[in-house]
Ligand binder design. Structure first.
Ligand code: GLN
Length: 384
């Protein structure tokens, strides 16, 4: 018998993504739940990975990341957001965006500190804060358009606020921050000592000619921020688990102390492959919004022929649908029913809230799927 274990994360079970993917597999449902593409990464990237392994790039990478990849990231930050970042002191490659978020939280949050998140908030934020001994303060987004009420954020800021976490484009809602939002945030943080942890893993997926407002565009924000991104969404390879964090030197130094004992270093051949891909095909990320916009539009159009009502999607690759014309079940029960009885898997929203809005009847569908998968999903939704 092992000794009794008191959980450090008593509220945490298996993530909703894993739960729903398992249920989808059990019931052979069309899986529009967990956010991962069911198509291949770009061929030159796959070839570069195979070649990197064949060439013997199979041992530990430098702790902070391969220099060629850090250079490519710095060049991208300059090209996209106009910020000069030092390749050696401000860019760290991690094993995915989730690791980077965890590292940033552990680097700055101490017992008793408060961290503000905006609900619905991606599921890995609060456990990271809990493990650091901090307290998560949940500020709800507008339940209609998922905009931020900056007065509520202001009211939540206290002397104990160690960090604010933001996510744009937003998962699960698809909302994006405007320039105005970023300016509000900068004004709120200006008199404080709070850090900013900005989850921007969908940075290259924004629609209808809008632009992504990275914290890296705003010196007042970037100077206090851990800007986190990932290659999984940009290059259709969520399973390779490579991400990165851009932060000022003093912040990166503390971030790296955590990173080096969480994973030490990130997959060497994958880093080599991304470095080559970014150098040879810098245009890849520029085509991504158009690629997903046509999926978004076709999917929403077909949804309008069903009893599910699609909500606007300014960014990211998730479509929220209002299912109140179909069912009055709560979202957890509804998503189970939809998978088991109707063969389509969606993600409920309530796990992303401290207190889900009463009577909210929304589910998240992922449209980063092959057209055939989306058509198969719609066909089943259309029969309901
Ligand atoms: N980011 C993915 C999503 O939102 C899931 C990642 C995971 O399964 N942890 O669906």
């Amino acid at each position: 018998m092992p000794p009794p274990i008191a959980s450090k994360l008593p509220k945490v079970g298996t993530t909703i993504f894993t739960v729903m993917s398992q249920l989808a597999a059990e019931h052979k449902a069309v899986n529009l739940g967990q956010g991962f593409p069911d198509y291949m990464p770009p061929a030159p990237l796959v070839e570069a990975l195979a070649r990197a392994m064949a060439e013997g790039k199979n041992q530990y990478a430098p702790m902070t990341g391969l220099p060629a990849l850090r250079q490519a990231i710095a060049a991208k930050v300059k090209r996209c957001y106009g910020r000069d970042v030092n390749v050696d002191t401000e860019v760290t490659v991690t094993s995915g965006g989730t690791e980077a978020i965890f590292d940033a939280v552990q680097a700055v949050v101490r017992p008793g500190d408060e961290v503000i998140v905006l609900d619905p908030a991606y599921d890995c934020y609060e456990p990271a804060v809990d493990l650091a001994g901090g307290r998560t303060i949940h500020v709800p987004l507008d339940p209609q358009d998922f905009g931020v009420d900056w007065d509520r954020v202001k009211a939540a800021l206290t002397k104990r606020t160690r960090a604010v976490m933001i996510n744009t484009p937003h998962n699960p809602c698809g909302a994006i921050f405007s320039k105005w939002d970023m300016e509000q945030l900068a004004a709120l943080l200006e008199p404080t000592g709070a850090f900013l942890i900005s989850d921007e893993v969908y940075e290259h997926i924004v629609y209808d000619g809008r632009r992504h407002e990275s914290v890296l565009r705003f010196p007042a924000l970037a100077d206090r921020a851990f800007a986190v991104s990932s290659f999984g969404k940009t290059y259709h390879c969520t399973g390779w688990k490579v991400g990165y964090c851009v932060a000022p030197p003093a912040l990166s130094a503390e971030f790296r102390k955590v990173h080096q004992f969480v994973t030490f270093a990130t997959s060497t051949p994958a880093q080599a492959a991304f470095a080559e891909m970014m150098a040879k095909h810098p245009e890849h990320d520029e085509g991504l919004s158009a690629f997903y916009q046509s999926k978004r539009d076709a999917f929403a159009e077909k949804l309008r022929g069903t009893r599910f009502r699609p909500l606007p999607v300014p960014g990211g690759y998730f479509q929220l649908v209002d299912y109140s014309a179909v069912s009055d079940l709560d979202d957890l029960a509804f998503c189970r029913w939809l998978t088991i009885e109707k063969g389509v898997t969606a993600i409920p929203l309530s796990p992303f809230y401290e207190a889900p809005p009463k009577g909210q009847r929304l589910a998240r569908l992922c449209f980063a799927k092959a057209d055939a998968t989306l058509v198969a999903g719609i066909e089943r939704l259309g029969r309901i």
